[in-house]
Each structure stands twice: as C-alpha cells, then as structure tokens.
Design a protein around this ligand. Structure first.
Ligand code: GLN
Length: 542
C-alpha cells in the first residue's frame, strides 16, 4: 500500500519545493522504490492553461492532455514517470467537482461546506488513480499561511490521521536566511513557519531548510528544539551549481535516509546515484561550449521556457558541451538587423508562443537562419513562423500569414477545426471556449523514411505532446514542398503537418509539437541531441 509524503513550503515562495519533491522521488527510486508525484495548486483557475506565462511560467502538458504546473516537468525529468491528468489539481477543479455534485443532488439535504465536502474532494484526489506505487509524493503549492491553501492543509491533516504515521509523512521546506550585517543565519522565520503549520494542526516530521550558508550544529539544534523535530530530521539544503546535483546533495544531508527511517524501511538498500553522478560530471566538465539564440516573447521570465532550457542542457550533456543560451526578445528583430544579435550564435531556436506580438521578429530570425545556414529549430509557433517565412520568401506568397493574427489572403497557418483523437473526432471553431480546448497531449506522427528527422529519431513512428490551436494548412503542402520545405512528418491520417524540414539546409527543422517536454538529463531528446550536435559543427565552421 502506498505511503504518502506531503510537502509544504513556508517563509517565502520560490524555494524550489517542486525540485525538492522531484529529487526526493529520484532518491526513493534510486533505492528501488516506485514513486508517483502530484501537485495540489490552491489557485482558482481550473488549470494554468489560461494564465499568462509571465504569471505562472511554463504550462507543462502531459501525455493524456492535461495542462499543468511546471513542477510536473521537474517530476518527470527527475523520475521518468510520465505524469497524468490525475497528478495535478487546483482549487478550481475541486470546486467544479463539488458544485457539479451539488447540482446533481448528491448532497441533497446537506449544507455544502469547505469541511467536509471540499476537503473530501481533495482527499479523493490525493488517493485517486494509484496503482502499486510504494510512495506518493504530494506537493502543496503556495506558502503556508496563504488563504487559498487552508482547505488543502486541512485535507492533508485529516489524511495524516486516517493513514496513520506508518503511511504518512509531512515535510516542510523553509528558508534559513543569512544576515550579512550580523554574520548569522536566522532560524526565526522557520520557527514561525512551523508555528503557522501547527496552527492548522500539522506537526511536520521533517524540515528541509534552504540556505546559502552551511547550517551549523547549534542552529540545527535550535530549529529542532523549537520546532519539535528530531535533530537528524532537520535537513540542510544548500544551493548547488546544477539542479541535477540536488539528489546527491539531499542524500548526503540525509533526506532519503530519514524518510526510510520514518517508515521503518530499515532494510532499504542505499541509493544507486551513478546516473545522477554521470549527468552532473557531464554538466560540470564540458568539452567546449556552443551558443544558442532563443528568439521568444516571454524571455524576461525564464520559467516560461523551463522545459526548453532544460532540454537544451540535455542536448549539451549528450554532446559533452555547455550550452549557453542568449534569450532574445523577438521584437528587437522588428527594429534591428537580425545579424546584430544572431551573427555569433551557433543555432537559432524559436519556441512555442501565442499571439501576434513579436511574430514578424520571429519570421525575420527564421529567415536569417535559413539564409545564413545557421541550424534552426522551430517548436510549435516556431515551426509555423518558419513555414510562413518560406511561403513568403521561397514560394512567393507575399501575404502568407496565420489566422491567429487576423484574416489573411494566404492563410498558411489556420485555425485547427477538426482532428481525430483515439478514434473520435474533435471539433472547434472561433466561438469555442478557450480553456482546455487546444489540441493537447500525445499524438502519433508518421515520418517519411528518407527524411532527416527519421534518421534523427531512428524510427518512422513517433508520439509527441502537443498544445496548439492553429496548424500549418496542408493545402499549401505542394507549393511549399516545391520550394524546398519538405513535410517530413504528418499525422497518421495525412491531414496535419507535424514536421517540416528544409531540403537544402544542413539543419532546418520545425515541429508542431513540444519535444522539450519529454527530454531527460539521462535520456536527452534526439532532436535536442541532434540540434546541439549541428550547433557544435557550426561552431567549428565559424
Ligand atoms: N499559437 C500557436 C497555436 O496555437 C502556437 C502554439 C504553441 O506554440 N504552443 O497554434
């Protein structure tokens, strides 16, 4: 029967709860256990799909088509366990469920209340869709003390009682700040944060304390005493130079050992961390460096491109080079000559994006890459912009555009109105609701045997994750292929272009899906491996 580990956070946000959860998952796996990770987000949106990337960072898409928090990306990258819809819930979804039940009459006669109805729905989520996993790690979003978080804390408090200590564990992540003027680490914020948790009835079993400086024995003892926790269960979590060093670092501080002790798993083998050690040594000792220009829109908040940034690092790991990323705001290409910013890069990548702002800049960057034979990787929006560029410049369709930006004489990219999913047909039109209605999740694609991408993948059948409302219009296939843009990957019914590649350029590939979502540090995605390899070759030419 699964054991449940609840991870809360206190003092400040952005402490890396998602990473800590993911690293703990990896450590338990390295000891031979099976894990599942899930996220409970207290905000009211049904999912982050309708939020701006500036607000919330990347939207991580699962195989089964859920739009989720970027922490699920960390979970997958660290454990390799594909996340599912059932691994992510928000207050919005919980209330939706409760209110649907209320209307249906499930609660007839009762006053519907946060306790017990909302908390029951949260508990159902935590225990839902679990197989024979040894551990389920549940991260509670936000910071203890947030109004929205209260029903979640109440629900996990109840669960702790119901499951008993043998099957539940509460870990609280806090910050131990260093005050330079006093030359001291301060434990008071941690004490207050634990008090706040205690006020809702949760006594944490373990503390993970983020700190810039080593936490001395005295400070640790003080925290243990004031927070009513065993000294060995106060784990220091120092900053590390690469996130992939977190599993080893937390192991050395005793995190997984304490977890096993709590659950009386005294015979658990020591973790085998060789995979992580290999990844870290590759990251720390690269043999060379390449620079990739990423031309996007949300470049001021790098969390918007979390999986992409990681996948580029993975491509570097595969090629034993460091990947330096120049994050470039697409709008600068609408004012300045592309060469000013792209002259020295070894590869150009245009990631996913929405809306017209910056689109012409991206088209200009795609043109630069094509004309100067710089390796080009277009992802989703980046593929669409590359196709528009080719249509305008190579096929002579000067008015080629996307209907995402309004009516166009040559709608090379148009609204996706109909597609098949698992045998059924999905339909959309301009009046469709915006939330959760894109073409989402894993879809298969068939690659043409002679293509570059089939060589890169080593197969002609792939499955990749999607998140888009528009598509390259297949009616333009012939004219575009004549001008050198090969449609090398298609949906199995031949209706939806999935990949385009230039036949005259050494590495010019656009994909309608998001390969970055499936890349792992120990198993880099073949497209990123190949793209970085092309960048290495480019660097030798320059
Ligand atoms: N805005 C484009 C679409 O909806 C691209 C989406 C994306 O890049 N994820 O099709």
């Amino acid at each position: 029967m699964a054991r449940f580990i609840f991870i809360t956070g206190g003092v400040v946000s952005s402490l890396g709860k998602g990473l800590a959860s993911a690293a703990l998952g990896a450590l338990l796996q390295a000891r031979g256990f099976t894990v599942r990770l899930r996220k409970l987000d207290p905000y009211l949106n049904i999912d982050p799909g309708t939020m701006s990337p500036y607000q919330h960072g990347e939207v991580y898409v699962t195989d089964d088509g859920a739009e989720t928090d970027l922490d699920l990306g960390h979970y997958e990258r660290f454990t390799g366990v594909p996340s599912r819809k059932t691994d992510s819930v928000t207050t919005g979804q919980i209330y939706w469920k409760v209110l649907t039940r209320e209307r249906r009459g499930d609660y007839l006669g009762a006053t519907v209340q946060v306790i017990p109805h909302v908390t029951e729905a949260i508990k159902e989520f935590v225990r839902d869709d679990i197989g024979d996993e040894d551990f389920v790690i549940c991260e509670i979003g936000g910071t203890v003390g947030d109004i929205e978080g209260l029903p979640f804390l109440e629900a996990i408090r109840q669960l702790g009682n119901e499951l008993g200590r043998e099957r539940s564990l509460f870990i609280h992540l806090t910050l131990v700040p260093y005050i330079a003027s006093a030359g001291e680490l301060k434990t008071k914020p941690t004490q207050h944060s634990v008090k706040e948790l205690l006020s809702v009835g949760i006594q944490p079993d373990m503390l993970v304390c983020r700190s810039e400086q080593p936490i001395g024995l005295d400070a640790r003892r003080k925290i243990a005493q004031f927070c009513n926790i065993r000294e060995q269960a106060v784990i220091q979590a120092l900053d590390v130079d690469t996130i992939y060093a977190v599993p080893r670092s937390y192991h050395e501080e005793g995190l997984d050992g304490e977890v096993c002790r709590h659950f009386a798993l005294n015979d658990a083998p020591d973790p085998d961390l060789s995979t992580w050690d290999r990844v870290v040594s590759r990251v720390r000792q690269p043999d060379g460096e390449v620079t990739i220009g990423v031309v996007g829109k949300y470049t001021s908040l790098l969390d918007s491109y979390k999986s992409l940034a990681e996948a580029l690092i993975h491509g570097g790991i595969a090629n034993n080079v460091r990947v330096k990323v120049n994050w470039l705001d697409a709008e600068i290409f609408e004012r300045d000559d592309a060469a000013t910013y792209l002259e020295d890069v070894h590869g150009i990548l245009i990631p996913g994006g929405f809306g017209e702002r910056g689109a012409e800049g991206k088209i200009a960057a795609a043109r630069f890459a094509r004309e100067h034979t710089v390796p080009y990787f277009g992802i989703c929006f980046g593929m669409q912009m590359a196709v528009i560029e080719a249509a305008r410049t190579l096929a002579g369709l000067e008015d080629a555009g996307s209907t995402e930006f309004g009516p166009s004489d040559d709608p090379i990219v148009g609204l996706l109105t109909e597609w098949t999913r698992a045998g059924g047909v999905e339909r959309r039109n301009l009046d469709s609701e915006k939330g959760g209605t894109m073409r989402l999740g894993a879809y298969p694609a068939v690659l043409s045997a002679s293509s570059k991408v089939s060589r890169i993948y080593g197969t002609t059948e792939i499955s990749e994750r999607h998140r888009h409302r528009y598509e390259v219009n297949v009616n333009y296939r012939e004219v575009l292929e004549r001008s050198g843009m090969h449609f090398s990957g298609m949906s199995p019914d031949g209706e939806l272009p999935e990949i385009v590649e230039s036949t005259s350029h050494p590495w010019y590939i656009g994909v309608q899906f998001h390969p970055e979502l499936k890349s792992k540090p120990y198993d880099p995605h073949p497209l990123f491996t190949s793209f970085i390899q092309a960048a290495v070759e480019q660097s030798r030419l320059m």
